[in-house]
Design a protein around this ligand. Sequence first.
Ligand SMILES: *Cc1c(COP(=O)(O)O)cnc(C)c1O
Length: 378
Amino acid sequence: MKFNTKAIHAGQHPEETSGAVMPPIFQTSTYQQKAPNQHQGYDYARVGNPTRTALEKMVAGLEGADEAASFASGVAAMDALMKMLRPGDHVVTTNDLYGGSYRLFTQVFEPYGIEFSFVDMTDLSLVKEAIRPETRMMWIETPTNPLLRIVDIRELTDLARENDVLTVVDNTFASPYLQRPLEHGADAVLHSATKYLGGHSDVIHGVVASSNKEIMENLRFQVKSTGAVPGPMDCYLVLRGIKTLAVRVQRSVDNAKKIAELLKDHPKVGSVNYPGLASHPQHEIAKKQMDDFGAMVSFSLKDDSIEAAVKFMQNTKYFTLAESLGGVESLISHPASMTHGSIPKEVREKAGLKDSLIRISVGIEDADDLIEDLTQAF
Ligand SMILES: *Cc1c(COP(=O)(O)O)cnc(C)c1O
């Protein structure tokens, strides 16, 4: 089955008792048992729910995984994955990553004795240097947030395998339509489904897909034991969103390419980060591991002050100033004070994230209107 067909059919079948084509929202907390522990696969809704199962089968299909487990949010999914680790274990991750991931690692898990190294993962030698005997996990994010660097997934998963290290890729920025990390050797792939999978900025949700038994057993155990589970309505919304993933993301990418070209040549723009530009330092790696270049763009103005950046963001009319990304509507944000505000300024600057950086999530509006909007905002 090709991807566009999978996005409609993967793991889906009409509901058995009614023939409903869309999976019903099974709004129940518990299930009848014929005799103690004799049931039809579901006993209590913290552990499982058929609407959730339908979504998990879909995401597993899209990512080419045996299974998926879904959670109440992207960070809840990350939290469940990290709980595979034990005090003394070490994680190598990127120095340019989602601010909430940085906060979870440094403020929740470091106090429990798990150690993290944040390195520039576009440089293999730095990743090699960071690996220690206690390293158990490599946490990759690509394209990175907000600098849109591209990390070579295959190169890192090969290195991880040699060192008996598990690899997780946060695939939120690309979506499975553009990038399927398990095909490049990753052990697990994570999504904030709040973003492209849901696609309409109306739900918070997270999901992990993997064919690794140890990882999936841990996740099922975490679902049952710590319970950060999504409600059936949320699962329904994400599943509904996924049905149009391919067309939405393609349109957003087409728009983003035009916008990146506009920004590249604009006299008021200092620098542009977009993996689809031939001048992007990892353009060739993006070509190798992604089917297209994504719909996230970040840039800074020639006037490198925070004031100029903030003024620009307030001048746009179709780009709404808001956190998040991956919805049908275009958004604009200021990473240093918004999504990445929880990262200390000196750590941000060391990683190359300046206070003047502007990030846009390109939606599916008409490209001409978006270009006109940005042009008038300068
Ligand atoms: C938003 C985001 C998350 C966190 O997901 P939530 O659904 O907001 O909890 C994790 N990783 C990336 C790359 C994100 O953009």
